[in-house]
Design a binder for this molecule. Structure first.
Ligand code: ADP
Ligand code: MG
Length: 239
């Protein structure tokens, strides 16, 4: 059955956003209208301060929509209730520049956190199924033999792969990644994005990634360029 948002899980129409109040009020996003294709890797590029993170956090329900429309999986986010926003967030996965792993938790426990935030099952049932799911994802990202490692004993690339596993373990429909390779060397960065892309393709996940890392742009299905809060270029590729 078709659902609203099936073809375009993210749609914005004339989206605007301002920061600050009074004299300091400054517009960061201008009239952004965008349809993001389902199951593809869309990369947002643009100079520092061009509004990439702001746009990502607006469509990722991490920031209130002030003006215009943003629809995520058929849900209008402008004026959505807290319950609607929470329900929407549960369908998403996030990966940030710094891996944001808990240093006191093992790789497996960190990946489990990606399930525990949703807490859809009773605590007793959770333990086993969560461990199985988390271990499965660690295998998929090539860290099956690192389950018990603490982040401090993993390389930067490995930590970011744990973050990828944590973002994907709940089977999100949409994954948002904000400069996920910024802290990595060239090869690790490429590996992390290639992994994200492959898992996304296999699972039909829609991935929206911010980067100004030229080395990974060739993996994009589409590149949307922002400048001073506006879309100035938009290219789709046959991949
Ligand atoms: P990018 O991610 O492309 O570097 P951002 O979305 O972070 O850009 O920022 C876009 C614009 O909004 C910049 O001018 C930035 O200074 C401003 N901005 C971002 N976040 C805030 C904030 N929390 N408060 C005030 N201004 C902000
Ligand atoms: Mg940013």
């Amino acid at each position: 059955m078709a659902h609203p948002g099936d073809k375009f899980p993210i749609v914005t129409e004339r989206l605007n956003h301002w920061f600050g109040m009074g004299e300091a009020r400054k517009q960061a996003i201008f009239d952004v209208s965008l349809e993001i294709d389902a199951g593809k890797l869309t990369i947002l590029v643009g100079p520092s301060g061009s509004g990439k993170t702001t746009l990502l956090t607006l469509i990722g329900c991490l920031r209130d929509v002030q003006n215009g429309s943003a629809q995520l999986l058929g849900q209008e986010l402008n004026n959505a209730s807290e319950a609607e926003l929470t329900a929407s967030r549960q369908k998403l996965g996030f990966i940030f520049q710094a891996h944001n792993l808990h240093e006191s938790l093992t790789a497996l426990q960190n990946v489990r956190m990606g399930l525990e935030v949703h807490a859809r099952q009773s605590p007793s049932k959770k333990a086993d199924t969560y461990n199985v799911a988390a271990a499965h994802l660690l295998n998929l990202v090539g860290l099956g033999d690192r389950q018990k490692y603490l982040p401090s004993n993993l390389s930067g690339g490995q930590k970011q792969r744990v973050a990828v596993a944590r973002a994907l373990v709940g089977n999100p429909l949409v994954v948002f990644a904000d400069e996920p390779t910024a802290a990595l060397d060239k090869e690790s960065g490429r590996n992390v994005v290639a992994l994200l892309r492959r898992l996304g393709q296999e699972r039909g996940t829609t991935t929206v990634m911010v980067t100004h890392d030229n080395r990974i742009l060739e993996m994009a299905d589409r590149i949307v360029t922002l400048e001073e809060g506006r879309i100035v270029d938009d290219k789709r590729f046959d991949t």
